[in-house]
Ligand binder design. Sequence first.
Ligand SMILES: [Zn+2]
Ligand SMILES: [Zn+2]
Length: 124
Amino acid sequence: MSHRVTGGCLCGAVRFRAVLADRSLRVCACTQCLRQNSGPWFDLPSVQGIEWQGAVATYRSSPGHLRGFCATCGSTLYWHREGQSPALSHGALDDRDGFALTDFEHQDTRPDAYRVVAATEGVA
Ligand SMILES: [Zn+2]
Ligand SMILES: [Zn+2]
């Protein structure tokens, strides 16, 4: 069953509607996500389609990887591995409830103070 979600950036200049295959939630603690977001990055990896309104800027953070953000306020909106669907920001959603953490990326670079993020999942 697919899920419809809506969201946008901090200033409201960018809005989106998306369809998700499921309610899975991924957290990434790689050094790039930490620098861009001042903490672990939570995204939705099962996006099947997105409609955007407003100006989304992109930054190529490494070969084959784009990061989308609001051109006005800088809010992070997605992480995109080229050839796959963009993974939307969980924090940008209007309704953030009802998701389940299923995927823990780059926990080797997660700052020790963030241990609480994965504590309920048994990740050391
Ligand atoms: Zn904005
Ligand atoms: Zn990352």
